[in-house]
Design a protein around this ligand. Structure first.
Ligand SMILES: Cc1cc2nc3c(=O)[nH]c(=O)nc-3n(C[C@H](O)[C@H](O)[C@H](O)COP(=O)(O)OP(=O)(O)OC[C@H]3O[C@@H](n4cnc5c(N)ncnc54)[C@H](O)[C@@H]3O)c2cc1C
Length: 480
């Protein structure tokens, strides 16, 4: 069968070449970029129609996967796609959790940036020029060897790309102290409609000229144009780090402890939360010796000079122990790594509990956490669902995981209804529907709830201004 299709396709191309049949739009891409960069095999097209989103979404098999190798390739690609009406679905590593990189139209092409993976560090200016396909961890390791630091640390940093991080405005544990990806993007080169090129921002710290279009592109999820290069800010690497573990018998004490730490004058580099089911999931999956008899734990990291980190940890002990909270300090690098491993293995550990998982990443203003966490548990109880909560509690960003059996449609529906209530709760406390995973396909409905009618109309207006034909990642984030 595959052979017959290949023969037909070959004949169609010959006829198209001699002008008897109309060329398919993708043929123009093949002509302009060559078959090394435009892959139309069914295997490749199917492989690139997925990302890491754990729930079922409407995906389409694209008509080709394009692998640009440099900025000029992207300009050619966008020019043709805009002329021919071909939807473009940009893609980094496909580790997104909301369907951002998933193609939704069969006449579309996936644009994979994996071959645009060069970067150049300017040590004197403490900036770097980075292509979108660079793997975050590789970039971080490189700059750290130079005594520099690029803080944004999504848990997917070992495989996610800088382009994907920028398009999602990714964050991680360290973003509590250092801020999310947006804080580090000084400038961008973007290819927009008709293949026009926008150079936004500059490798400078201060630049207040005009509307901040650079930051508009950060977190735009590929819906406004394609990023081909970025100027990133680097800072000095902290000299020392220390980690402590705080153990809670009572869930309601967690919020109070977080407020105490954050108002004490200490600025932790990370403040991570795991509830009892998260602890149990990790211990069942890959035991690291966390106590199973507590309601919750906080993983606290401080950084600075060797002396200041010791003082900070002692001060945190002094704050929490009088509240009846046990605090243990990691005594060696190995112990520290073991504790962080526990936090980082949560994703796969939850996969072991049930076949279905809805993972939301809502945000609450920190002061409401003591009230909000028990209310989240009440939602789970109401629907008789297992809910596991963990996340970046220092910045109020919680990962709320609703677990269900995929074969049990009734339980799946309950999980979907519970998700609505989880978002309602976050918004009722002036929080957000997403702290880092973005909107993509899966949270489109809730974006309207957060922005209201007028705000949503403005979002649509911005999208159409940049992309009047709706060809950049159509169907994602904003519906136009
Ligand atoms: C186990 C796991 C843990 C995770 N933990 C975190 C976390 O702690 N914090 C966090 O923020 N996220 C996390 N994520 C989500 C995900 O890794 C991030 O959103 C990441 O930034 C996506 O990068 P990517 O290269 O995989 O991009 P993709 O998933 O391929 O794409 C993401 C979005 O970027 C767009 N895009 C990609 N490249 C470009 C470009 N050059 N121009 C324009 N648009 C582009 C895509 O169209 C899509 O909308 C996690 C995911 C997994 C699987």
């Amino acid at each position: 069968m595959l052979k017959v299709i290949a023969i037909f396709e070959y004949m169609r191309k010959i006829l198209a070449m001699i002008g008897i049949l109309k060329k398919k739009p993708v043929d123009k891409l093949l002509e302009a970029l060559g078959k090394e960069k435009v892959n139309t095999s069914i295997v490749e097209r199917k492989l690139y129609s997925y990302d890491a989103t754990p729930i079922p979404i409407d995906r389409a098999v694209p008509s080709a996967v394009v692998f640009p190798e440099n900025h000029d390739d992207v300009v050619k690609l966008v020019r043709i796609c805009y002329q021919e009406g071909i939807p473009m679905f940009p893609r980094g590593a496909g580790s997104g959790l909301t369907g951002g990189a998933v193609p939704t139209k069969e006449n579309g092409v996936v644009v994979s940036f994996e071959r645009m993976n060069r970067f150049k560090v300017d040590e004197n200016n403490t900036t770097a020029e980075v292509e979108p396909g660079v793997i975050t961890a590789q970039f971080q390791e490189h700059v750290e060897k130079l005594g520099l630091f690029y803080p944004p640390d999504p848990s997917s940093f070992k495989y996610s790309t800088i382009g994907g991080n920028i398009a999602e405005n990714a964050g991680g544990p360290r973003c509590l102290k250092y801020g999310v990806t947006r804080e580090y993007v000084l400038g961008l080169t973007v290819v927009v409609k008709d293949g026009d090129v926008l150079k936004l921002g500059n490798p400078v710290i201060k630049d207040v000229a005009g509307y901040d279009l650079t930051k508009l592109f950060v977190g735009s999820e590929g819906t406004l144009g394609l990023i081909t290069s970025s100027n990133l800010k680097l800072i000095p690497k902290p000299k020392a780090r220390a980690t402590a573990l705080a153990l809670f018998e009572n869930l309601e004490h967690v919020g109070r402890a977080v407020t105490k730490i954050m108002t004490s004058g200490i600025f932790p580099s990370a403040l991570e939360f795991m509830d009892r089911d998260a602890i149990k999931a990790v211990e069942d999956f890959k035991p690291v010796g966390l106590p199973r008899d507590v309601e919750a734990l906080l993983l606290i990291e401080v950084d600075g000079s060797p002396q200041s980190v010791r003082e900070d940890i002692n001060q945190i002990k002094g704050l929490l122990e009088p509240m009846g909270i046990r605090v243990k300090t990691a005594e060696s690098k190995k112990e520290e790594e073991r504790l962080w491993m526990a936090r980082k293995s949560l994703g796969p550990a939850l996969g072991n509990l049930k076949s279905g998982k809805i993972n939301e990443d809502i945000v609450f203003p920190r002061i409401y956490l003591s009230e909000a966490i028990p209310k989240l548990r009440q939602i789970a109880e109401k629907y008789h669902l297992l809910m596991v909560i963990f996340g970046h509690i220092g910045d109020g960003n919680l990962h709320v995981n609703l677990l269900y059996d995929k074969q049990n449609r009734e339980e799946e529906e309950k999980a979907e209804r519970a998700v609505d209530e989880v978002f309602e709760l976050a918004l009722s406390y002036h929080g957000s529907i997403t702290g880092e995973h973005g909107v993509g396909l899966t949270k489109k409905k809730f974006l309207k709830w957060q922005f209201g009618d007028i705000g949503y109309e403005l979002l649509k207006g911005i999208k159409l201004l940049f992309d009047p034909k709706n060809l950049f990642n159509p169907g994602k984030m904003v519906e136009v």
